[in-house]
Design a protein around this ligand. Structure first.
Ligand code: ZN
Length: 95
């Protein structure tokens, strides 16, 4: 039984700014790693241009850690995200 928070109707229309799903900070897209949901599979979108529902996380080890601990992507995409992907995030941001 999950109580889902309703997103506020304040759509920020700043083109290049996105919010990190882990720390909730708004950053420039270049500082964020994008994930995309295609069918029911979540993957890291290295190009940042893949079609589909997207989510962002800072390219920092803290946020990679945080997102894994909290499983933020499971909630964002409403699917079960495999641990391997969370591990991959850490590897990707540490590169
Ligand atoms: Zn962050």
């Amino acid at each position: 039984m999950s109580k889902s928070k309703t997103a506020k109707g304040t759509a920020i229309k700043q083109i290049e700014m996105r919010r990190c799903v882990a720390c909730r900070q708004v950053r420039h897209k270049s500082e964020l790693l994008r994930f995309v949901k295609a069918s029911d599979t979540i993957s890291i979108d290295v190009t940042g241009k893949a079609p589909g529902r997207g989510a962002y996380v800072c390219k920092s080890s803290e946020c990679a850690e945080l997102i894994k601990k909290r499983r933020n992507l499971d909630r964002v995409f409403k699917v079960k995200v495999p641990n391997e992907l969370y591990d991959m995030i850490k590897e990707t941001v540490l590169m």
